[in-house]
Design a protein around this ligand. Structure first.
Ligand code: SF4
Ligand code: F3S
Length: 69
């Protein structure tokens, strides 16, 4: 799965949710989040995020690890 981290907080651009082919990105309060059971790892959301908040879970910075989705 891919994950959305701290840079999304307070920005919530939502371009990622609009482009996701399986519509697995949702508003999670202070940020958006990805449903790990539905994400197909296409990577389309990465390029459209203006604050680079999205990446494959394997590359997630350690300071994001407590953030689900
Ligand atoms: Fe959606 Fe693809 Fe991003 Fe997963 S990697 S959240 S399927 S756009
Ligand atoms: Fe957040 Fe970037 Fe999506 S700011 S809502 S992860 S486009």
């Amino acid at each position: 799965t891919h994950v959305i981290g701290e840079p999304c907080i307070g920005v919530k651009d939502a371009s990622c949710a609009a482009i996701c082919p399986v519509a697995c990105i949702h508003d999670a309060g202070d940020r958006y989040a990805i449903d790990p059971d539905r994400c197909i790892d296409c990577g389309a959301c990465i390029a459209v995020c203006p604050v680079s908040a999205i990446m494959p879970i394997a590359l997630r910075p350690t300071e994001w690890r407590e953030m689900p989705g």
